[in-house]
Design a protein around this ligand. Structure first.
Ligand SMILES: Cc1ncc(COP(=O)(O)O)c(C=O)c1O
Length: 386
């Protein structure tokens, strides 16, 4: 008997395999610099840790409301409203198990089997994997430096009638590109979606992390857009598994019903801790982390061209730099393994993010300390120019 469904035949997440490899090597005593991780190297901010300790003592930590603890939803709504000058109500916020849980719930809420979804290539692989297993049809918006690796309204407009999407996913700052969609372009995409009856799903997981460019939320331009957020990135609480959706009114009840069956609620202790991550004290700590990403970014921007890597997306924000390695390999996955073995430096192979051209690209993380990032460049230069 075949136990495995055809819908479960999704691609492995090679970044996670690379992380396992790094952990194994470090356990065996091999020094390894990790530039493959998609998570901050830091823990939760101090006020969140203090709130968690108190929560363990004072709360029964039973199920919360299905759509999340009201106080946390208020914090998300206040943060969103104050940051972008919009009027976001806690009534439109649903707390999910990481933003990953929010993607599953929102895809189920807006898509029927066979619906078309447009997304950028390169892009975050989990969208593709979840969508394929739900039976959605994917249309790639192939992006390169001409649009700073981000999709545009013109690309949507150029799609043939047969590829007109039911939903469009945008990610800004991007993963793996680190680039930010200009507010005016995001406004055009939002308008195109409204005019063409497409649901705009805006992954804003890397908000809070810009190195200077303005960051807009899709809700500035459309109250029909779905905004996705998380405590995993700027808030440095990756394993606590708390994310959120900011939903148009008509999607609140369907998502609540789905969430009740998919998850019952997000982890209670993480919601207690998460509330405190929005405090001014926590934000000061978290803004300090962004400065360390900025420093690592500068090292990469200075060092990579020196050692012969000249084509990359310069990160505007977020945690990554997307690097063309086509002059040294045609197989970025094998090359990443080679680098770990030979020089103890781990990058993420591009094939995860770009099924078309990813064998020529790798993703570097900005999460390692500045000195380690510099050392990684020194080793890489020595290796490729040996
Ligand atoms: C673009 C993007 N969206 C969503 C996620 C999922 O994050 P989480 O489920 O931890 O909120 C990630 C994780 O790396 C990501 O890079």
């Amino acid at each position: 008997m075949n136990l495995v469904s055809s819908r479960s035949e999704v691609q492995p997440f090679r970044v996670m395999q690379m992380l396992d490899l790094v952990h194994r090597r470090r356990r065996d005593g091999h020094d390894t610099i990790m530039l493959c991780a998609g998570q901050p190297a830091t823990g939760a901010p101090k006020p969140a840790l203090a709130a968690a300790e108190q929560g363990l003592r004072d709360s029964t930590l039973g199920y919360t409301e299905v759509i999340g603890d009201r106080d946390l939803r208020e914090e998300v709504a206040r943060w969103h409203s104050e940051t972008y000058g919009v009027d976001t109500s806690a009534d439109n916020v649903v707390i999910t198990t990481g933003s990953s849980g929010g993607f599953v719930a929102s895809f189920l809420a807006v898509l029927d089997h066979g619906d078309t979804v447009a997304l950028s290539c390169p892009g975050y692989p989990a969208y593709r994997n979840i969508l394929e297993s739900l039976g959605a049809r994917i249309v790639d918006l192939v992006c390169d430096e001409s649009t700073r690796f981000q999709p545009t309204a013109a690309m949507l407009e150029a799609l043939p009638e047969t590829d007109r999407p039911r939903a469009v996913i945008v990610t800004s700052p991007g993963n793996p590109s680190g680039t930010i969609i200009d507010p005016a372009e995001l406004a055009r995409i939002a308008k195109w979606c409204e005019d063409n009856d497409a649901v705009l799903i805006s992954d804003e997981d890397y908000h809070g992390m810009s190195f200077g460019r303005p960051l807009a939320t899709a809700r500035q331009f459309s109250d029909r857009a779905i905004v996705v957020g998380t405590l995993s990135k700027y808030f440095s609480m990756t394993g606590w598994r708390v994310g959120w959706l900011i939903l148009p009114d008509e999607l609140i009840s369907p998502v609540e019903n789905l969430q009740a069956s998919l998850a019952l609620c997000a982890p209670a202790i993480s919601q207690v801790a998460g509330r405190a991550a929005f405090s001014a004290e926590a934000r000061t700590e978290l803004d300090g982390h962004v400065e360390t990403y900025r420093a690592a970014r500068q090292v990469l921007l200075d060092e990579l061209p020196e050692i012969g890597f000249t084509r990359f997306a310069a990160p505007d924000g977020g945690l990554y730099l997307w690097l063309d390695v086509s002059h040294v390999t045609d197989d970025s996955e094998a090359w990443c393994h080679e680098l770990v073995d030979e020089i103890g430096v781990a990058f993420a192979p591009g094939v995860d993010f770009d099924p078309i051209d990813g064998h020529h690209w790798v993703r570097l993380s900005l999460c390692a300390p500045e000195d380690e990032t510099r050392e990684a460049c020194r080793r890489l230069g020595g290796y490729v120019n040996r």
